[in-house]
Design a binder for this molecule. Structure first.
Ligand SMILES: *[C@@H]1O[C@H](CO)[C@@H](O)[C@H](O)[C@H]1NC(C)=O
Ligand SMILES: *[C@@H]1O[C@H](CO)[C@@H](O)[C@H](O)[C@H]1NC(C)=O
Ligand SMILES: *[C@@H]1O[C@H](CO)[C@@H](O)[C@H](O)[C@H]1NC(C)=O
Length: 281
């Protein structure tokens, strides 16, 4: 018997006008037009899966909000709460989006691809930095690993010097930290991960705000095998868990937390094409 307590974690998706001018061949595009409403995400749509990842019985209609922002674009807000328990994972709170075409064995995890996303704090819904959060990750098709993870907060099993940091880790089996940067208030943090699935390498590009992306790492060896699905949202881990922390550990009740997302897309970089535009909104 699972007792559901009501609290909320919010994930916001911003309509990213700043990448509209890119020219590389797209693999998938999560930049949603402004006439979509939250309920549209509960039916098959060309942007994100209508099924995953939400708490049992929840709908994106309940979990997504649409907010106007300056310049006429929109913020889309995914809004998990105390019911955001997926697959009986009572240790976690989860509300994530997976690209509609990304079924786990599709070409988004083959060849050479560059994954783009921008994240910003939701000032009205601060995270609790005593916890570890996964904001973006690739989960292998057999669910045995994450080939990369963007985390923030207090990383379990590590000494986190400043939990208010965005940290990109490589494959969690090796746990290599690829890049970290302070999670600054009020600004978009733009990431591009160039993922070479043939060579198993990862290169991180980053910029803040409107600045163009710049390579912030070399091309790093990183085990990308296993294909899988890209997750964008909030996966909040427990504190004080033992063993299988999907099933235990402490999660406080009544939370109201969120992260704003924008500019989610993946392009084909087999020919070296990569979009370097920063935020232009
Ligand atoms: C979560 O939100 C849904 C939709 O608003 C609501 O039906 C459900 O009762 C909420 N759960 C909690 C624990 O607040
Ligand atoms: C896209 O291609 C057009 C036409 O070649 C060019 O003018 C424009 O600068 C390109 N945009 C980007 C973001 O590279
Ligand atoms: C943050 O999380 C910890 C552990 O769940 C909890 O004890 C604490 O009350 C939370 N702090 C805030 C400000 O919510």
């Amino acid at each position: 018997m699972v007792h559901l307590q009501y609290y909320s974690v919010a994930v916001s998706l911003l309509l990213p006008s700043w990448v509209a001018a890119q020219n590389c061949t797209l693999q998938f595009d999560g930049r949603v037009p402004s006439d979509l409403v939250a309920a549209d995400f509960d039916s098959p749509n060309k942007f994100f899966s209508e099924k995953f990842v939400l708490g049992q019985g929840l709908k994106f209609d309940q979990a997504l909000r649409v907010l106007p922002v300056a310049g006429g674009s929109l913020v889309r807000s995914a809004h998990p709460n105390d019911s955001s328990i997926f697959n009986s994972q009572v240790g976690f709170r989860r509300a994530e989006l997976i690209p509609a075409s990304n079924d786990g064995t599709d070409p988004s995890t083959q060849g050479v691809k560059t994954l783009h996303f921008s994240v910003k704090k939701d000032a009205a819904r601060p995270l609790n930095l005593s916890h570890e959060y996964q904001l973006v990750f690739l989960e292998s098709n057999d669910f045995s690993t994450n080939q990369f993870v963007l985390k923030t907060g207090t990383i379990l099993g590590q000494n986190t010097a400043d939990p208010d940091t965005l940290q990109v880790f490589g494959n969690v089996n090796q746990g290599q930290l690829l890049f970290s940067t302070p999670f600054v208030d009020g600004v978009f943090h733009n990431f591009a991960l160039k993922l070479d699935f043939d060579q198993s390498t990862t290169q991180v590009f980053f910029s803040a705000g409107e600045d163009p992306l710049k390579a912030v790492t070399d091309v790093l060896k990183n085990d990308l095998s296993g294909q899988g699905q890209f997750h964008f949202g909030v996966l909040k881990k427990p504190v004080g868990g033992q063993g299988d922390i999907t099933k235990n550990g402490f999660q406080e009740a009544g939370i109201n937390e969120g992260i704003i997302f924008g500019g989610i897309f993946e392009e084909d970089s087999a020919d070296g094409c990569i979009t370097l535009a920063g935020q232009k909104a």
